[in-house]
Design a protein around this ligand. Structure first.
Ligand code: M6R
Length: 607
């Protein structure tokens, strides 16, 4: 989703900003642009599509100057076009980049038009830059920013430069993340620390409502009401993780194959081998302080929450609920003192999940984050953080982060089971032993490649497909369908196998591909019956089960894939692998952009 960068004091500003934008590409975008101030003039380049188009424009007409801002845009208001791309400029005086949505832009635009402002784009962003220009007629810079921010409804991260003030950039945040970076006689602005990392590892994050004035040799921070505030400078690790694809065609392929390592890292971090225990010794709450748990996330992270519900119910006596963040944040929630709210997010920046966390914080709830990006807003604003230790995930379709999330949630369920006395020590030992063997089983399951490649064509050719599962396999069915949808753009529906007869069975027709997840667990026999019901109506069933000496007793199964065997709790990890590969190969055969599917973004920072 939209990315912001800014630099002041650097003598190759255009080039530095382009490099920083490249680091934001992973978030997803459809156009980009950079503006600099040079010889007292605002100089702008924008391009639709990939950054390489902006790079070409810059090669033809380089941008000079010591100060500038840049942007990757993911369209919200107004289509994908050069005129809607950021930065936007008003009255040739002020230029802005924006991440977020201005909800009252129509009203503000009316007011500004009545004052004589002329608009060029269909964006909500252009309203902000005109409003600043309007306020500058009577106010100084800080006051005009304060007044403008007060008038805006919605969410934003902003970077602003002024023709008449060639030594400063203004940054402002409400809802969308923003950070300041410090260099030697040059300073920066960026949507996240990753964008800034090629330039500096010294960072300050803005909190909601704050704004800042960045000059090359110092930065001033202000609260919403314009009061000056002091903020900490954080020193992040200066080690750069390697982000290349290696020998893989796509990041997604690499990330799928990395999963045994992801799990090993998580297990190493959270299992105390010496004491046969769980290494979350700093868990901040006592057993009688929590009687219920609510898990909240979006997309794949929501599926992780749903998966965890089954484990929490199995391993603890807690009341468990699961919520989609965009629903939770607007519902009339009944907050209870002894509830723990767990926020699951790979990026830690998802706007809806952050808003749900913010709501819980404001209501004095206990909050815990399960995140991959530990410097993220969700991690910073949660009381307790459980990192998933997956390393950077670039593919928009989440793979290793999903397994990382469910691993940590499973470990948290074990921890709470032991803490509350719901789970016996001897059972914990057995489960931890099985868990330690899981990375190797994932490695073996990853070998079932050829079969899935062949099967994937059938899913591409069909009108649609269904993914069915019961119990522990149901959230995995949802995740499998989501992966296929987002990568191959074919309709896929995840459903509880037992619910088919209440409606969706009507969709089944001759030759429709249906994935049935039926591992040999408690639900096995029931799921096999449901599978027979769809086969009887003409479905082409791909059965995914685990290896067993007992044969599957059913006829007319189209294809079967067998994953490795382990205890019931852990089978969902293994069932996920063939589904990720199915989605990958389907998209590969269609020649789609696997790492950046159309219309999607890695970090969803608008609601
Ligand atoms: O960064 P988050 O985990 O908060 O992101 C949540 C969803 O946007 C994300 O899982 C999305 O559904 C993925 N594209 C799914 O593959």
């Amino acid at each position: 989703m939209c990315g912001i960068v800014g630099a002041v004091g650097h003598d190759r500003c255009g080039a530095v900003l382009l490099d920083a934008l490249k680091r934001l590409e992973y978030r997803g975008y459809d156009s980009s642009g950079i503006v600099t101030l040079h010889n007292g003039q605002i100089d702008l380049r924008r391009a639709v599509g990939k950054l390489v188009h902006l790079e070409t424009a810059l090669a033809a007409q380089p941008l000079n100057g010591h100060i500038g801002i840049g942007h990757t845009r993911w369209a919200t208001h107004g289509g994908v076009s050069e005129v809607n791309a950021h930065p936007h400029v008003a009255a040739n005086r002020v230029s802005i980049v924006h991440n977020g949505i201005i909800e009252n832009s129509t009203l503000l635009k009316k007011f500004l038009v009545s004052k004589g402002h002329k608009f060029k784009s269909q964006t909500d962003t252009e309203v902000i830059v005109h409003l600043i220009t309007e306020n500058l007629k009577t106010e100084n810079i800080v006051d005009s920013i304060k007044k403008t921010l007060k008038a805006l409804h919605g969410s934003f991260a902003l970077g602003i430069i002024f023709k008449d003030k060639p030594d400063l950039i203004v940054g402002a945040r409400r809802g969308s993340p923003l950070a300041v970076g410090y260099g030697p006689n040059e300073n920066y602005l960026g949507s996240d620390s990753y964008a800034l990392k090629s330039m500096t590892n010294k960072i300050t994050y803005l909190n909601d409502g704050e704004f800042c004035v960045i000059k090359k040799d110092h930065v001033e921070f202000f609260s919403e009401d314009g009061t000056k505030i002091n903020k900490k400078v954080l020193e992040l690790s200066s080690e750069e993780e390697k982000y290349d694809k290696g020998d893989y065609k796509h990041f997604m392929a690499k990330e799928i194959e990395e999963q045994p390592l992801t799990l090993k890292n998580g297990i190493k971090e959270y299992i105390d081998n010496a004491n046969d225990d769980i290494n979350i010794y700093n868990f901040p709450w006592k057993k009688n302080e929590i009687s219920s748990i609510t898990l909240i996330g979006c997309g794949t992270a929501y599926h992780s929450c749903l998966m965890a519900k089954y484990w929490f119910e199995e391993l603890t006596s807690l009341d468990v609920s699961v919520d989609i963040a965009s629903e939770f944040r607007y519902r009339k929630n009944r907050f209870k003192k002894d509830s723990l709210y767990v926020f699951v997010s790979q990026s830690g920046e998802t706007a809806d999940t952050y808003a749900a966390l913010d709501l819980c914080n404001k209501n004095g709830m206990k909050t815990c984050a399960v995140v991959n990006v530990i410097e993220s807003s969700i991690a910073r604003d949660s009381e307790f953080v459980l990192p998933i230790h997956c390393g950077t995930e670039i593919g928009v379709a989440s793979t290793k982060a999903f397994l990382g999330q469910i691993l940590i949630l499973y470990i948290l369920a074990l921890k709470l089971g032991i803490l509350r006395g719901d789970l016996e020590r001897k059972h914990l030992s057995r489960k931890l032993n099985d868990l330690k063997k899981l990375p190797e089983l994932i490695e073996q399951t990853l070998l079932t490649d050829n079969k899935i490649q062949n099967i994937s064509s059938t899913f591409n050719e069909a009108k649609g497909s269904m993914f069915l599962g019961r119990g522990f396999s149901y959230p995995i069915a949802l995740e499998g369908a989501l992966k296929l949808k987002e990568l191959s753009y074919v309709h896929a529906e995840g459903y509880p196998a037992g619910e088919m007869k209440h409606g969706p069975l009507a969709l089944i027709e001759e030759g429709m591909p249906v994935v049935v997840l039926a591992p040999r667990d408690n639900y096995y026999k029931k799921t096999i019956s449901n599978m027979q019901e769809v086969i009887a109506r003409g479905a082409k069933v791909l059965l995914i089960t685990n290896k067993s000496s007992d044969e599957v007793i059913s006829e007319n199964i189209w294809e079967t894939i067998e994953v490795e065997s382990t205890n019931e709790d852990l089978l969902p990890f293994l069932l996920t692998i063939p589904l990720q590969k199915l989605a990958y190969y389907s998209a590969l055969k269609k020649g789609f952009d696997i790492d950046k599917p159309r219309n999607l973004a890695k970090s969803v920072t608008v609601e």
